[in-house]
Write a protein that binds this ligand. Sequence first.
Ligand code: 4AD
Length: 456
Amino acid sequence: MKHLDIVKALQPENEGKEAVVCGWVRTFRDSANVSFLELSDGTSFKKLQVVIDKSALAVDPECTKLGASVAVKGALVKAYKGEGNELNAVSVALLGKSPADYPIQKKRTTLDYLRGIPHLRLRTNTFQAVFRVRSVAAQAIHRYFHENGYYYVNTPLITASDCEGAGEMFRVTTRPWNAQAKSEGEYYKEDFFGVKAGLSVSGQLEGEVAATALGKIYTFGPSFRAENSNTTRHLAEFWHIEPEVAFAELPDVIEIAEDLLKYLIKAVLTECPEELKFFDSFVEKGLLEKLNHVATSDFAVCTYTEAIGILEKKNADFRFPVHWGSDLQSEHEKYLTEEVFKRPVFVTDYPKEIKSFYMKQNADGKTVAATDLLVPRIGEIIGGSEREADYTKLVAAMDARGMDKSAYKQYLDLRIFGTVPHGGFGLGFERFVMYVTGMENIRDVTLFPRSVKNIM
Ligand code: 4AD
């Protein structure tokens, strides 16, 4: 259909031109002599105002209904108010009706209500802005890694090895339930892959395979977690950015993570100014100032042991008091980043018992070279580490956890044939989008959120 995108129709250089513009009706106002349609076609955050001279043009009332889709022919003229152009209509053709029960009405647009209509909520300003920012950030991720010499690899989504080892994988099977099977092994032998298989929680293990040949790689794809975490920060299916770098130690991992985040924030600030202004006004006051500050100042770094020292002084105020060895809960992460450091903070060198088997064991025998990046309002946004490159130590860590080493033969081989120090991290894409938009619920930054008891 030959037409002009609204983003182009608004540009001053198109003033004076004849054009056909298509879109969905966002508002309709009527007065004695003129009526106004506000149109959105998704190409720009700004909408196009269509002006209808009632003495010259009779418009089908169906074309003025909220949510209706129309094609308008007319002349682009400088907008009476504000910047850009408006369209003086010559004809308005109906493409698709929208009945009076169109679910998006001015009075009913709470985020909770909109979660119930995921197929239509993208037609609101908030979701238009979220998904534009998400798209720009995704492009910037590929650009960052490409500009810095990383290869983009695609790791498998179906896997027989559990990366994080916390028993939170979705099972992949073609078999109906069979209570007669004598053992798990016997049951899975007859299954599609002949072994227990699941959806990957992380592409890291295969990412390490690629990094120990290609040097610097990243993955950007979905990860799946069957954890029963019905929170505003957890999804069962989320998008995961995972760089993996050979000849890198923990300080290098931290440097890359900080550089990537700043690059992405700058990209969103530059490419989505209108969307961020909207979020700053209506979603998180002070967002722009926060992002500008974060993009240009140093992140904090503190060890887990130091963090526990700080947190223990506040134990009386926490629901879950901490001690050395305890996992940090969301309340502790938020306290550290929001109250103590007041900026993003890398917490490093966690006790080995609360972290994954693959992390490099520190000389103290108690901690591993891991890091989580905590940011205000969200808590953990990145989890990463230097990997254990020593075969004997890695085997010992797996044995201590009672892991089945036969499922990790290839992973262990990397420590036999030319092992090197290496490391990487995982950034949760949705958590990043929450951070830069100010949106408070992870279900509002993904198209069709999948979470416990929710697969609309
Ligand atoms: O800390 P996690 O579990 O680390 C890993 O998976 C490593 N294998 C990554 C690596 O080193 N390559 O997850 C990394 C990040 C978290 O910091 C969080 O941002 C995001 O992934 N994440 C989730 N996001 C949404 N919903 C969930 N259920 C998430 N679980 C993790």
